[in-house]
Write a protein that binds this ligand. Structure first.
Ligand code: ADP
Ligand code: TYD
Length: 208
């Protein structure tokens, strides 16, 4: 680990098991004696959690694609300033459930065509990537079933349906090639424990 701590993000379609695996990894690392912070996006700081409500609740056409991109980026900036950067500076492991790759996939995808704008805003306002990104890859039909069964009221995105999830999955897989230096693909279709063990093996290679 560098002096700066280790920044790990989890990415994947809705219901792929990111939150479950982020939590299991956090428990594993805590048991191993690492100081760590488990957090999520959109949200992760008080201000960003407020923005989370604005973007995840309401009808799908509540915001224009551009406004939505600004809201996600504003939330990330606050989260980075107040939670992620200070923890990394203190040498901790930061585990973040979703980060900028989600914006690349959801706001930057072909349909909305905002990828260039996403990248420009990212370099202007965020300017850093995780050291390691775990892409929990799985079949969208199963992922959507799992996501809807939670019934959290945050269904604005899940309501877009399976075709969108197929596209998002393809975009994440393309990003794994684009950012092959940091994104590692894990098969999320396996049992929870098996997925967790695969992730531990990957993370252990990045720890001192
Ligand atoms: P995400 O954060 O990617 O949306 P979650 O971790 O919240 O996904 O998981 C969605 C649902 O699927 C939860 O009810 C969770 O318990 C369940 N789940 C997670 N991983 C698996 C798995 N490998 N096999 C079966 N069910 C799973
Ligand atoms: P999340 O709570 O992680 O959903 P899930 O647990 O179902 O995977 O994220 C909520 C939604 O927000 C999800 O559909 C993806 C979307 N999202 C974006 O569109 N852009 C972003 O930058 C982020 C972080 C999330």
């Amino acid at each position: 680990m560098s002096r700066e701590g280790l920044f790990i993000s989890f990415e994947g379609i809705d219901g792929s098991g990111k939150s479950t695996q982020a939590r299991l990894l956090a428990e594993y690392l805590a048991n191993e004696g690492h100081e760590m912070v488990l957090t999520r996006e959109p949200g992760g700081s008080p201000g960003a959690e407020e923005i989370r409500k604005l973007v995840l609740e309401g009808t799908p056409d509540r915001w224009s694609p551009e406004t939505e991109l600004l809201l996600f980026t504003a939330a990330r900036r606050d989260h980075l300033e107040r939670v992620i950067a200070p923890a990394l500076k203190a040498g901790k492991v930061v585990i973040c459930d979703r980060f900028a790759d989600s914006t690349r996939a959801y706001q930057g995808r072909a349909g909305k065509g905002l990828r260039q704008m996403v990248d420009r805003l990212h370099s202007l306002m965020i300017g850093r990537e995780p050291d390691l990104t775990i892409l929990v890859d799985m079949d969208p039909a199963t992922g959507l079933e799992r996501a809807l069964s939670r019934g959290t009221g945050e269904e604005r995105f899940e309501a877009f349906g399976q075709k969108l999830q197929q596209q998002i999955r393809a975009d994440f897989l393309a990003m794994a090639q684009e950012f092959s230096n940091r994104i590692v693909i894990v098969n999320g279709g396996q049992d929870i424990d098996k997925v967790a063990m695969d992730i531990q093996a990957i993370v252990n290679r990045h720890l001192p």
